[in-house]
Design a protein around this ligand. Structure first.
Ligand code: AMP
Length: 412
């Protein structure tokens, strides 16, 4: 609704300015793409691909069902577009941002919708991994939330290391959890083989208990990966970005490598994630781009941000400057032309489109909440002037018609 839209625009305006300061450029990708793109990038074993994809059903044979899906997130499409448009040929590092709707077939509840909105960034380029870039992206997500007026959230970070570190970590988890696997819920037992990391994300009480007892640490990391993460943490500290290290944070999607992070507001209850992100150095290779194209990004959920801000942050609309009232129907044509002249000068103005009693027009004018009301009646027409009422002071003045445009430009 219009009053809510003001709050959305306020967030979007703040974000666009913020992204501009960091030299991120906006990219707009389609709302639906080939199902295969999402399935391949997010991983067949991810919850989104298994349970939440909204797939289009076309009448046409060649666009057969399941060929296209509404986008459940932004990263896959941004990277697809990056590769298709050969962006690496034009710049070493592409810093992109997006704002828009995403779609997931979930059971709607507070803070969880089937159509929701994200704003996110992706920094993509050949051999672009740098702890400084990771620190920039993480710090941006925190600073952007602060720019929106949020303060009560926590940032958790972790690293998954590179492919061989990930494999080591997965082996460690399988070894440690193997004999308890049959106590977990069936869906989780299935992911034991395909994607053991889901155990770490799981809400299953048995799995939670088992994970708690693991005493996770970073022993699976190579020296290189450990150094990278140490540099990232040191940089975040220098930037005064507060974080907690969470060894169990892995994120639900297959494509993450190295840095992962999540931001949550505990006061939001069960849907407490405000946003999340991480580095994905293998995705471009998987999608047919150069294997050396590396990337990091984050996405924030707008509905969650608005919930977290609560009702107290209201945003005022830009005011209407003039509301014009014709005191009799036969003066309406003149009033209408005056309205158009004001708008032509870039002055926000409105009118009631049908003749009505002065009282009723005045009531409508009050609702429109203009700075000035202009009255045109018999006397005004005869004397070639208008009567202008300042709605703040109540003061009423007559102004010659040829003077009015200048007056309006100076008094909005
Ligand atoms: P994800 O890609 O699942 O990590 O989502 C990133 C962010 O988008 C989350 O932290 C939420 O703020 C938001 N989000 C994800 N799914 C939904 C949903 N169904 N409804 C509302 N917000 C969502």
């Amino acid at each position: 609704m219009p009053a809510e839209v003001l709050r959305w625009q306020d967030l979007e305006n703040t974000a666009r300015q913020f992204f501009h300061i960091h030299n991120y450029k906006e990219i707009r990708t389609p709302y639906f793409e080939e199902t295969e793109l999402f399935a391949r990038s997010m991983g067949q074993t991810s919850e989104v691909v298994q349970k939440q994809m909204l797939t289009l059903n076309s009448q046409k044979e060649e666009e057969s069902a399941s060929h296209y899906s509404l986008r459940p997130e932004g990263t896959a499409a941004v990277l697809r577009s990056y590769i298709e448009n050969h962006m690496h040929r034009h710049e070493n590092l592409s810093k992109l941002f997006y704002v828009g709707p995403m779609f997931r077939g979930e059971r709607p509840q507070k803070g969880r919708l089937r159509q929701f909105h994200q704003m996110g960034v992706e920094a993509i380029g050949p051999q672009s991994s740098s702890p400084y870039l990771d620190a920039e992206v993480i710090a941006m997500s925190v600073h952007l939330l602060k720019a929106f007026g949020l303060n009560h959230f926590t940032l958790r970070i972790n690293t998954l290391g590179d492919d061989s570190d990930r494999t080591n970590f997965a082996r460690f988890l399988r070894d440690q959890l193997g004999d308890r696997m049959n106590t977990f819920e069936p869906a989780l037992q299935k992911s034991f083989k395909d994607n053991i990391f889901r155990v770490l994300d799981s809400k299953d009480p048995q799995a939670k208990k088992a994970v708690k007892g693991l005493g996770l640490n970073h022993s699976y990391l190579s020296k290189e990966s450990a150094d990278y993460f140490a540099k990232l943490k040191a940089t975040l500290k220098e930037m005064n970005v507060e974080f907690e290290e969470d060894f169990g944070l892995v994120r639900g999607l297959d494509y993450y490598t190295h840095t992962v992070f999540e931001i949550s507001d505990p006061s939001l209850g069960s849907q407490d994630a405000l946003g999340a992100g991480g580095r994905y150095n293998n995705l471009a290779g998987q999608l047919g781009g150069g294997g050396d194209i590396e990337a990091i990004g984050f996405a924030l959920g707008l509905e969650r941000i608005l919930l977290s801000l609560g009702e107290n942050k209201s945003v005022a609309s830009s005011p209407l400057s003039y509301y014009i009232i014709a005191l009799e129907e036969n003066f309406f044509g003149k009033a209408f032309m005056l309205l158009n002249a004001l708008r032509h000068e870039g002055i926000a103005a409105d009118i009631g489109y049908k003749s009505a009693s002065v009282k009723s027009q005045m009531r409508t004018a009050n609702k429109a909440n203009p700075n000035f009301v202009v009255l045109i009646g018999e006397e005004e027409i005869v004397k070639n002037q208008v009567t202008v009422k300042n709605m703040k002071t109540g003061e009423q003045t007559s102004i010659a018609l040829e003077e009015f445009e200048r007056f309006a430009l100076e008094n909005r």
